[in-house]
Write a protein that binds this ligand. Structure first.
Ligand SMILES: [Zn+2]
Length: 196
């Protein structure tokens, strides 16, 4: 015999087993609330593990993220401008209408992520793994992308104007409407032509 209780999420009428406060639909809501307020309140965000969550409308500017694990997350209308990132994992994630302008990022992983309408301009993105990303309307202009990898990435309407592309790897990438004006493409690695 189980006693049944009601989910404590506002207006949720679902029953839950005694001992759990929230129904299955609202378990992640509790985590999202928890991590959102933690990240908003702190300046140093270290060793957070928050996979699989969806974050919306967060102001995360001027933060320092170290050793964070955000595998398979979604970020919608979030702003990370002027933040510092070291060893953070955002693989298989979705980013939409989000900004990373003037960030300093080293050894971070975005493999297999989908990125739509993202502003990265004026950033240092050093040794960042962007392999197999699907990026549409991203602006990396005036950034240092030294030793970052875009292997097998799909890049459409992407701006990389006046960027440092030394040792940047674009092998097996698909590119359509990528603007490399004033960037040192001769120092990057390409083995495919732009799609017309
Ligand atoms: Zn509920």
């Amino acid at each position: 015999m189980f006693d049944l209780d009601y989910c404590s999420y506002p207006d949720c009428k679902k029953k839950v087993r005694t001992g759990s406060r929230l129904c299955e639909d609202h378990q992640s809501w509790q985590s999202v609330e928890h991590f959102s307020s933690l990240m908003t309140e702190k300046d140093l965000i270290g060793d957070i593990k928050a996979p699989g969550l969806t974050f919306k409308n967060l102001d995360l500017r001027n933060k320092r993220f170290i050793d964070c694990y955000f595998h398979h997350t979604q970020w919608i209308n979030c702003h990370f401008d002027r933040s510092i990132f070291q060893m953070c994992f955002f693989d298989e994630s979705v980013f939409m209408d989000t900004s990373f302008t003037k960030v300093n990022m080293k050894h971070c992983v975005f493999t297999d992520s989908v990125m739509t309408n993202i502003d990265w301009h004026g950033s240092d993105l050093i040794s960042v793994n962007l392999n197999n990303i699907h990026a549409v309307n991203n602006n990396f202009s005036e950034s240092d992308l030294y030793y970052s990898r875009f292997i097998a990435a799909y890049l459409k309407d992407v701006k990389m104007i006046d960027c440092n592309l030394k040792r940047v790897d674009f092998s097996a990438s698909q590119r359509k409407g990528v603007n490399f004006k004033y960037s040192n493409t001769a120092e990057a690695y390409f083995d495919t032509e732009e799609i017309q």
